[in-house]
Ligand binder design. Sequence first.
Ligand code: NAD
Length: 311
Amino acid sequence: MTSSTEHLGSYPSAAFIGLGNMGGPMAANLVQAGVHVHGYDVVPEAMETARSNGVEVTTDPLEAVAHADVVLTMLPSGQHVISAYQDSPGLLSAARPGTIFLDCSTINISEAQQAAQLAEDAGFRAADAPVSGGVVGAEAGTLAFMVGGESTVFDEIHPLLDIMGARVVHCGGNGLGQAAKICNNMILGISQIAVAEAFVLAEQLGLTDQALYDVVSKASGQCWALTTNCPVPGPVPTSPANRDYAPGFASALMAKDLGLATNALDEQGVDAKLGRLAAAIYSEFAQGEGARQDFSAIINSIRDTSSRQGA
Ligand code: NAD
């Protein structure tokens, strides 16, 4: 460990830009652990909640960054991250030497690489560290972090990520944290649709939900989309289906992540028919009221279309 690592490993000063559903509780957990957090969000209500959780909020993001050893961003899209970094005056113009820029948003791989390059061109170090685990994981400090960046950067930020997460994996160079996140969510989107289709078919065939669950949860069709996020009420009492599909993980976010996966598939020329189909299915579902529902609610759309086709 370098002296810098020891500094970050004890109580560094952090700037947190984007204090929304995820960033708000992540920043609060850093404060709880003794990190001095300066925070900024464009929405006053988000700033007020963060202030009540001990974040030192400021209406000037450059002021937040000027005090920081690490600048964390948790923003809606890659364009938000890039413009926050570079638009004049951007965050990069205000940071002090040695600052690490750590973007935790879910964005395109190419955008993550561009953001890291902008930081490096300005003399800083940078990594992407998207998360899974949702708002519940952000509040509980049990997120999974997928980190893309140099090993030395990973080693320095690891103690900070341990405060907010239960699992921290170094995936490779810049952008590869996003790559891991996008691949995981492509599997998840496809498998949630597959599980939902199987339940609808089973219902039509006269099989009870519980009977299908009892067989498949112990057979080769077993997966997280079935045993944790079961799309019908009953077999898994904690799944969103038991609370009228309150998320969980909203379909709008799944549609966004599958859009990022499609971009990566196009860029790499990968023939992934199911990934593209899942992206189209969730994109359509998220245009209606499904957007705010958990992504397991896709079963209702499948059931609805099936009965119309059978009629
Ligand atoms: P959110 O919309 O609740 O929060 C984003 C925050 O960024 C908002 O408060 C917004 O006001 C703020 N913001 C926008 N532009 C800004 C700027 N220029 N400067 C400062 N603040 C700005 O979204 P979220 O659910 O917290 O998601 C954040 C990121 O995390 C997204 O990239 C999302 O895909 C990813 N993510 C979300 C979840 C989830 O379950 N919500 C899970 C994993 C990953």
